[in-house]
Ligand binder design. Structure first.
Ligand SMILES: [Zn+2]
Length: 269
């Protein structure tokens, strides 16, 4: 039986539509669950300072709008990846057929893609991306960077990466919503100072930001970068609770953080 490429394309589109539907359901659940978990984690701090114990546990309209916006954003990333995956699978299958390959070969290729052995290439080389740069004085700036290399990822690791980023982002957004409900408006950039952390993020440890300010928005964007494990903790403006600047300095020194004048960026030894 000859291989029917049109039928295959049709089936492949159907398969990806189902994947997208499953992923969007999973994604909105994951975002709501983590957002709510972040809110309850932040609510534990209530007893320390809040004067208004009567807070609702439910989500406000603003919270729901934020959850919807996050879902749309991450769904966009996943859709882009799925579209590339679909195009790549189709052109590879066409190539296998053109070279006289059989259905076993096609099946093997598909197994490799969906088991993660075969990478999907997202080639945005030459496109411009906005990103946050931390300068020598710990000021955050939005800079434009040109993408220099294609991005390779297997289907599984991409889903895992987006899942982890989504969970962290939604949890942080929930905490922020809860802290703001309690009337706190300042936060500290906290979290690990190890070799897995971005040096620019390590440099920001201990920095205090005011929610709503431009610098805070940039710092919050850092927290949403893939695999970032840093967090926003409330700044209590109380030396008995807040960690001292000596504490942060020591942590950064132990991590081997320094400003590389030549490279013009923060680096870890
Ligand atoms: Zn980070």
């Amino acid at each position: 039986m000859p291989f029917n490429l049109d039928l295959f394309e049709h089936k492949l589109t159907q398969a990806f539509e189902q994947i997208k539907k499953d992923q969007s359901e999973a994604l909105s659940i994951q975002i709501s669950v983590n957002f709510t978990a972040g809110m309850s984690a932040a609510a534990k701090h209530k007893s320390i300072k809040s004067e208004d114990p009567q807070e609702e546990d439910g989500l406000s309209e603003e919270d729901k709008a934020e959850i919807a916006a996050m879902t749309a954003l991450y769904l966009g990333y996943i859709s882009e990846f799925n579209n590339k995956a679909q195009d790549q699978v189709l052109s590879k299958v066409q190539e296998i057929i053109d070279e006289g390959g059989d259905q076993d070969e096609i099946k093997q290729y598909l197994d490799d893609v969906f088991s993660g052995k075969e990478s999907i290439v997202i080639d945005n080389t030459g496109q411009e991306r906005k990103e946050i740069y931390v300068n020598k004085n710990l000021k955050l700036l939005e800079v434009t960077r040109t993408v220099e290399n294609p991005f390779y990822s297997s289907v599984d690791s991409y889903v895992a990466l987006v899942g982890a980023t989504v969970a962290h982002t939604a949890y942080e957004a929930g905490r922020k919503a809860q802290y703001q409900n309690q009337g706190y408006d300042q936060w500290v950039f906290t979290g690990p100072a190890d070799e897995k952390a971005r040096p620019g993020h390590v440099a920001l440890l201990g920095q205090v930001f005011t929610w709503g300010a431009k610098q805070s928005g940039y710092a919050e964007r850092c927290l949403r970068e893939p695999r970032c494990r840093h967090r926003a903790e409330v700044y209590w403006n109380d030396p008995k609770i807040d960690k001292s600047s000596e504490y942060w300095k020591q942590l950064k020194d132990e991590a081997g953080l320094y400003w590389d004048e030549e490279k013009g960026k923060w680096v870890l030894k």
